[in-house]
Design a protein around this ligand. Structure first.
Ligand code: UTP
Length: 286
């Protein structure tokens, strides 16, 4: 499930008419990275929780017959196969609306009727993860029934804890952190650890009963974290320390860094990126 119904206000005015999830990192929109990560994890059914003004996301995953014909006529076969690969078959893509931006927990609740499985994966497209193995694949491979709700986690700087859900660590083994609690956006003084929740989840279907009764929390939004916390007595909470670098593309700094990091993956781009960055570093003395 991809909740993509947020306002994206930190990226205004860019997000006035373009969904945040359609912001481009090098040559692909954020949401495409998220779908590719899910596909690499073996996922075959993609639910997008959208809202008004987000139709560009549906268009992006659709076939575009006119463009395809034109590229074919012009013998641009590489580009043609790229845009065909991007499309999702109608049987695999489902779009559902969140009528009001009431928070991530509420967005997930809007897709309740589409989930039959015991557990389902959630990916937040604005967290982009550069890794050898898809982060969601790592999570699914390591998931065991006793893990309950699983969240991706990473250590963050103390001054950043107030931006995240933070885990209270009960025990730590290998890549897994067993958490006895999670708190959304604590102050530095109140933060129980520096283990932050990142936008990848494997959630038990039973979460819907909790989301349905959840009162608004931090930011007056229905917070997913609050329902995960309420489930803990009966459903474990496991943090998974993934291998890879994560970039918060919901912020300008994170988005800019993601562009540099992904450009560095491409030898062609690297050949001009290095001299380009050195030129700016010299000119601006950083
Ligand atoms: P964010 O906390 O980044 O909120 O949402 P936002 O509205 O997208 O951005 P800002 O804070 O205004 O800049 C995290 C994820 O949850 C989704 C967003 O689309 C994003 O993927 N979300 C958030 C929803 O789908 N619905 C909501 O009501 C809130």
């Amino acid at each position: 499930m991809f909740p993509v119904a947020g306002l994206g206000s930190r990226f205004l005015p860019a997000t006035k008419s373009i969904p945040k999830e359609m912001l481009v990192v090098v040559d692909k929109p954020l949401i495409q990275y998220a779908v590719e990560e899910a596909k690499a994890a073996g996922i075959e059914r993609f639910i997008f929780v959208t809202s008004q003004g987000k139709s560009a996301i549906e268009d992006h995953f659709d076939r575009l017959p006119l463009l395809e014909q034109t590229l074919e006529k012009r013998k641009k076969i590489n580009l043609l196969s790229k845009i065909i690969e991007t499309a999702l078959p109608p049987s695999q893509a489902i779009y559902v609306r969140q009528p009001f931006p009431l928070g991530l927990g509420h967005a997930i609740l809007c897709a309740q009727h589409l989930i039959q499985e015991e557990a389902f994966a959630v990916i937040l497209a604005d967290d982009i993860i550069l890794s050898q193995k898809s982060c969601m694949k790592q999570m699914i491979e390591s998931y065991r029934p006793g893990d309950g709700n699983m969240v991706a986690t990473m250590m963050v700087e103390p001054e950043h804890v107030s931006r995240y859900g933070i885990l209270t660590v009960e025990s730590e083994e290998d890549k897994k952190v067993r958490a006895s609690a999670v708190v959304e956006k604590p102050t530095l003084e109140d933060a129980p650890s520096r283990f932050a929740v990142i936008g990848r989840y494997i959630l038990k279907k039973s979460i819907f009963g909790f989301l349905d009764r959840q009162n608004p929390g931090a930011g007056s939004e229905i917070q997913l974290t609050d329902s995960i916390q309420k489930m803990i007595p009966e459903t474990a909470l496991t943090g998974f320390s993934f291998d890879g670098e994560r970039y918060d593309c919901g912020t300008k700094e994170g988005w800019l860094e993601a562009n540099i990091a992904f450009a560095c993956q491409d030898e062609n781009m690297l050949s001009y990126l290095g001299p380009m960055l050195r030129r700016y570093a010299l000119a601006h003395d950083f």
